[in-house]
Design a binder for this molecule. Structure first.
Ligand SMILES: *Cc1c(COP(=O)(O)O)cnc(C)c1O
Ligand SMILES: [Zn+2]
Length: 433
């Protein structure tokens, strides 16, 4: 189904500029000359209005910057987790879950909430879109975009560091519209982002945009909407593990939209966001009251120590207007540091109690909830949305056939540093036909 392209307008938080997506493109940045900003989608529908006739994320199509809805999409599920809540001393704990857990109605075959954003991005491009979307990833995003772009036949080039190859599996065996480029030689996620940036913008490629793509954010924001349907209100607290912070920015933006609906007005939502120690640049900056991140010369080394590798983003949209700093400031938010051991324990508790494995990042979120309660920042009677952003990977491996994705091209970090992205591009192009 094609949706009217006019149901959303992109609004700049710095200059107030208002824009429409033009045919054959989508807008990622404000064309005016000022500092960087995240363009936010504003929707003509101000009431929160789920559409049960559409599946997954498209249940919330009114609040997605999309030009079509797509069939068979997956969505996050949310429920009142009474037993888990009791363990934490909370009466009203609502769990949001993205992943594979059929008994809970969760059927996300790539097992993380990145699938929410990938599906929304696929719906932001029109039928017949032909340039390759360039997506950089530390693993989970690659899996999600590979799955969604293959399913909906959207051409894409995905760039990943080789240390995340073990995360690149698929349940699909149909021919793919996606190319996979692997960056070898000690590269990390940020290196993959830089290579992706170098390739995007050259002919035939189009930057997907990451956090700057409003479809990504609002796709992820549907996770909060599932919790709002389950709880019947905007939660008092929202808990999530953050790498880039995009998911948390998205939840904040959705809460602002909900506040414009008289049925949900009068409640604000506090963000509680966790990083995996010792990789905590945003927690450090936020607690120092700073809008800028301190340089982290040993960031690459630190990132290797993490149980939740996907949380190691060295260039998150923290300082940018409309980014994570603003989201924390706007919600009197709090940041947390969770060690590998704390995360592992939280994961074991969840597995015991609920019978499903969690993604390491979701374990970090669960452990941070424990900290928030212990510090008295969340009260017994408060309504809490805990976003468990991934899980069920081990269950899926037992219940479905999975195959490892094959690289279409491999380049080393040294090659890219020596010859630039353009030369690496040449080797990628050779494999494209
Ligand atoms: C990407 C990811 C996160 C972090 O999300 P950001 O939007 O990058 O902050 C958390 N959990 C899982 C499972 C992820 O894949
Ligand atoms: Zn602007």
């Amino acid at each position: 189904m094609q949706v009217r392209a006019t149901h959303y307008t992109l609004v700049c938080p710095v200059c107030g500029g208002r824009y429409q997506d033009a045919a054959g493109s989508f807008l990622l940045t404000c064309p005016q000359q000022h500092g960087p900003a995240l363009l936010r989608a504003e929707y003509t529908q101000e009431r929160f209005c789920p559409h049960p006739e559409h599946s997954g994320v498209f249940r919330y199509a009114d609040w997605l910057p999309i030009r079509r809805t797509l069939p068979g999409a997956a969505g996050a599920v949310a429920w009142h987790a009474e037993e888990l809540g009791q363990r934490f001393g909370l009466d009203k704990l609502f769990v949001i879950f993205s992943g594979w857990w059929p008994e809970r109605g969760a059927r996300m075959e790539t097992c993380t909430f990145k699938e929410l954003e990938a599906q929304a991005v696929c719906a932001r491009v029109e039928n017949g879109w032909d340039s390759s979307l360039v997506v950089s990833s530390a693993g989970n995003t690659a899996r999600a975009f590979h799955h969604a772009c293959t399913r909906y036949d959207v051409p894409a080039l995905i760039v990943v560091p080789s240390n995340c190859l073990s995360l690149l599996w698929t349940t699909s065996d149909v021919p793919s519209s996606v190319q996979l480029a692997v960056l070898d030689g000690g590269a990390d996620y940020t290196d993959a982002i830089e290579l992706g940036n170098g390739i995007a913008g050259t002919e035939g490629y189009y930057a997907e945009g990451g956090a700057k793509n409003a479809a990504r954010r609002d796709g992820m924001g549907t996770a909060l909407l599932a919790a709002v349907e389950a709880a019947g209100q905007i939660p008092d607290h929202y808990v999530q593990a953050v790498g880039s912070g995009t998911g948390a920015i998205a939840a904040w933006e959705m809460s602002l939209r909900l506040q414009k609906d008289p049925r949900y007005a009068g409640r604000s939502m506090r963000l509680h966001l966790a990083q995996n120690a010792p990789f905590t640049p945003m927690a450090d900056a936020w607690e120092a009251g700073s809008r800028s991140l301190a340089p982290m010369p040993d960031g690459r080394e630190r990132s290797r120590l993490l149980r939740a590798q996907v949380l190691a983003n060295r260039t998150p949209p923290y300082s940018i207007a409309g980014g994570l700093y603003d989201a924390l400031a706007g919600t009197a938010g709090a940041m947390y540091r969770v060690t590998n051991a704390e995360a592992e324990q939280a994961g074991a508790l969840f597995q015991d109690l609920e019978g499903c494995d969690l993604d390491p990042a979701a374990e970090v979120a669960l452990a941070s909830l424990q900290q928030a309660v212990a510090r008295g920042r969340i009260g017994k009677k408060d309504v809490v949305a805990l976003n468990l952003t991934g899980g069920g990977r081990h269950r899926l491996a037992r219940e479905k056939r999975t195959a490892t994705l094959r690289a279409d091209a491999t380049v080393t970090l040294a090659q890219v540093q020596e010859h630039g992205a353009a030369a690496s591009l040449a080797s990628l192009r050779d494999t494209r036909s």
